[in-house]
Ligand binder design. Structure first.
Ligand code: MTE
Ligand code: MO
Length: 439
């Protein structure tokens, strides 16, 4: 088995600053810096981050991390993003701090980015001429459809659908798992516009032997090897045929941003984000469980039966992750706030539960001893997150943690601490906790 090691920039910087310098800022190796970062808008962004102009910018060697950034948590600006924490630069992965996810509908600049490979350069494409091949063993009439044709031939649907990476929360598992060390921020719930995958599949004809609907996309493998795909996943036919499974070209009323799959992506909400391909080029109706990149081995799979932490699990004992578990986030106030004693404190956030809906959210201020039921909204449409709010009063000044715990419609609760350990650190739906200092 090939072990993939992805280190965060700070981790890299801690262990070997010179190597970090090379990896992170090297002009040839870094996507963030590749297009002449230290010129034009890149230089402006860096100056803004530093808080002043850089008189000797021309002399700044390639591959140098400005010393002023060494102790900050936010050394990078990703174009189009605000306040995200970069976990990895190659491939680019960035998560959103919880308090920046307070919007009911996640704006583009606050949506996490999860890339497995190098995104295609979509700057010069003509979106309406972008074509997707529909094929596979169980596709009766293989065809090629342009985005323009999708838009003309099929009904348009706009739905708010949550998107969460299967590895969200990975950083809390012990023993630790390799991969991006997501804390809580690989989740969001934008509004998507597109056509139903089902309508497209009906048009091409699904054979009785259909088992899985898979995709391939235009991003390239990090190795540069054109024969390898970074990722090619999909969903069983029943999930592909759901009303909410979309081929989307729009996000929040505008074309998809380049990092999120422009011009066309799939969204199959409630399942790991990895089931929905960005930059789609092919849809395959397979006569077997799809065997593309990151479908097998330990990728997006967990032990079929629980194991003790640290257990080596055979690939044959791993099962593909389907619906994600119930989860919630506290998006207001920001963890670490100092507040005056007296007035009740408004607390709020979102909750979601994979294919299901959330039936209740509770909050606790005494480390989970007692819980109060929060107010909870219905979903705006199936597979959108729900919003909860509560008013919290504390008995006297001091340090408190506010914990939130959601329960799904089948009565299953988030665990207070950690759910079952698994080798790759997926599905951590532990309660979110924030710190509040009341003075
Ligand atoms: N083509 C392609 N699609 C992809 C990926 C990718 O690397 N390439 N990453 C997947 C994963 S693991 C997740 S969690 C989501 C993230 O979507 P976002 O970057 O738009 O937030 O996209 C999925 N679709
Ligand atoms: Mo993911």
């Amino acid at each position: 088995m090939r072990v993939r090691i992805e280190q965060g920039i700070h981790h890299l910087y801690d262990s070997d600053p010179l190597e970090a310098d090379r990896v992170v800022w090297g002009r040839e190796t870094s996507r963030l810096t590749r297009r002449g970062f230290l010129r034009g808008s890149g230089l402006a962004a860096m100056s803004a981050a530093l808080g002043g102009a850089i008189p000797f910018a021309e002399r700044m060697p390639a591959g140098l991390i400005p010393a002023a950034f060494a102790q900050t948590t936010e050394p990078f600006t990703i174009p189009g993003k605000a306040g995200l924490r970069v976990l990895n630069d190659r491939p680019l992965n960035a998560e959103t701090p919880a308090h920046l996810l307070d919007d009911a509908v996640t704006p583009a600049e606050r949506l996490f980015v999860r890339n497995n490979g190098t995104p295609p350069d979509t700057r010069d494409i003509d979106p309406s001429a972008w074509t997707v091949e529909i094929a596979g063993e169980a596709c009766l009439r293989p065809t090629r459809i342009s985005l323009g044709e999708f838009q003309r031939r099929f009904d348009h649907h706009t739905l708010q659908l949550q998107l969460e990476c299967g590895g969200n929360g990975r950083s809390e598992f012990h023993p630790p798992a390799t991969g991006n060390q997501w804390t809580t921020g690989a989740v969001g719930c934008p509004s998507w516009t597109g056509v139903r995958l089902r309508d497209v599949l009906d048009a091409c004809g699904i054979g009785d032997n259909a088992v899985y609907v898979a995709w391939e996309a235009a991003d390239t493998h990090l190795s540069g090897d054109p024969t390898k795909l970074p990722i090619s996943r999909g969903v069983p036919v029943h999930k592909a045929l759901e009303d909410e499974t979309l081929l989307a070209w729009g996000m929040n009323g505008v074309p998809l941003p380049p990092l999120h799959g422009y011009p066309l992506r799939m969204v199959a909400a409630g399942w790991p984000g990895s089931v929905g391909g960005k930059w789609l080029t092919r849809i395959l109706v397979r006569d077997r469980v799809h065997d593309g990149e990151k479908m097998g081995g330990q990728s997006y799979r967990v032990p079929c039966n629980p194991v003790a932490p640290g257990t080596q699990v055979d690939d044959t004992d791993m099962c593909i992750i389907e619906s994600m578990p119930v989860k919630s986030l506290i998006t207001f106030p920001e963890s670490g706030v100092r507040l005056p004693f007296g007035a009740p404190l408004p607390v709020r956030g979102h909750a979601w539960a994979g294919d299901l809906s959330v039936s209740a959210v509770h909050t606790s201020i005494d480390f989970g001893t007692t819980w109060q039921r929060a107010t909870l909204t219905e979903t705006v449409n199936r597979l959108a997150w729900q919003h909860w709010s509560a008013s919290v009063s504390v008995p006297r000044p001091g340090y408190y943690e506010i914990w939130a715990r959601a329960v799904d419609e089948r009565g299953r609760s988030q665990p207070v601490l950690l759910p079952a350990w698994n080798p790759r650190g997926y599905l951590n739906n532990a309660c979110h906790r924030i710190a509040v200092m009341v003075a």
